[in-house]
Design a protein around this ligand. Structure first.
Ligand code: HEC
Ligand code: HEC
Ligand code: HEC
Ligand code: HEC
Ligand code: HEC
Length: 170
């Protein structure tokens, strides 16, 4: 009887422990973006390319998320769609208030990663790490590939790129 109780307590601790790990692991949380932005509409209807909004991936380590200024090239105080989400955008435009997009892909500060290196020199495509973004009609709210050390290293092995600790850690 006593042994059974002890086992039950151990099981309970394991279940609770797994829950805590799940709850604090960032990859498991769907993020809610301030505006329900659709990549699909903008790539199909507005004929935009990735570089039109993520301006810097050919030059810098960060691809960067677009500032409001990019949206005001096409959106103004007059709506061009029937979407209530566009009204939220218009509210930002009227107030001149930046949209606080949440980052989905984010490495710890001690890791060095460069878009320029991977796109220009490595000749990789966005889809290799971010999936079929052009088909997303909802905001990206969970990473397509988890940015684990293993995922970085597996691709490096495949492409015969260095896996020297100091290449990525500093
Ligand atoms: C080799 C994998 C890889 C490829 C290819 C890649 N990315 Fe990324 N992307 C990442 C990683 C890793 C991060 C997180 C970087 C960080 O936190 O420093 C990221 C972050 C981002 C972000 C968040 C904002 C920022 O400033 O970094 C955007 C936007 C983005 N990528 C767009 C793109 C686009 C557009 C392309 C194609 C031109 C692309 N990425 C190709 C791995 C990749
Ligand atoms: C090159 C022009 C262009 C740019 C730049 C642009 N949009 Fe749009 N946007 C459009 C077009 C075209 C539509 C579709 C209108 C329709 O429904 O026919 C649209 C529709 C929308 C909608 C409503 C979509 C829906 O759910 O039906 C939202 C929200 C939106 N855009 C947000 C943004 C945001 C945020 C930015 C800046 C990051 C942006 N747009 C930049 C052209 C643009
Ligand atoms: C009209 C502007 C626009 C265009 C064009 C565009 N994006 Fe985005 N992208 C955004 C906005 C706004 C967000 C933030 C909202 C979201 O996550 O959906 C974003 C988010 C992302 C993210 C998530 C970054 C993070 O860590 O939060 C990736 C990856 C990304 N875009 C890749 C692409 C790729 C690949 C293309 C081309 C196929 C592309 N984008 C074209 C505006 C754009
Ligand atoms: C889909 C494949 C792929 C993934 C995933 C990937 N890389 Fe790479 N990486 C490459 C390729 C290809 C190169 C070689 C680019 C070149 O020719 O310089 C490279 C080069 C690098 C370099 C420069 C290495 C050197 O020679 O000094 C660093 C640093 C780097 N990657 C970091 C990362 C990190 C950190 C991640 C994970 C977040 C990552 N990479 C994920 C393919 C990938
Ligand atoms: C291709 C890039 C890359 C290389 C090479 C690499 N790492 Fe990492 N490492 C990462 C990334 C990305 C993370 C953060 C993501 C994670 O925790 O999985 C990480 C996380 C770690 C962590 C956990 C730190 C933390 O944030 O909790 C340790 C420890 C570590 N690396 C050690 C090493 C050692 C030792 C080597 C050499 C044998 C090495 N790494 C080589 C990309 C790399």
């Amino acid at each position: 009887m006593l042994k059974l109780k002890k086992n039950l307590i151990i099981v309970a601790i394991i279940i609770f422990g797994s829950f805590v790990v799940w709850a604090i692991y960032p990859g498991n949380h769907k993020v809610i973006q301030p505006i329900s932005y659709s990549h699909k509409i903008h790539i199909e209807k507005a004929d935009l390319k990735c570089i039109d909004c993520h301006l810097y991936y050919e030059q810098m380590s960060s691809a960067t998320l677009p500032l409001l200024e990019v949206c005001t090239n096409c959106h103004s105080e007059e709506p061009i769609s029937k979407s209530p989400e566009e009204l939220k955008l218009i509210d930002h435009i009227k107030k001149g208030k930046e949209i606080l997009w949440q980052r989905i892909y984010k490495l710890p500060d001690h890791i060095y990663f460069s878009h320029r290196r991977h796109i220009i020199l490595g000749k990789l495509e966005c889809i290799d790490c971010h999936g079929k973004v052009e088909e997303q009609s909802q905001p990206i709210n969970i990473p397509f590939i988890k940015l684990t050390m293993n995922n970085c290293m597996n691709c490096h092995r495949k492409h015969k790129v260095t896996n020297d600790c100091l290449a990525c850690h500093y």
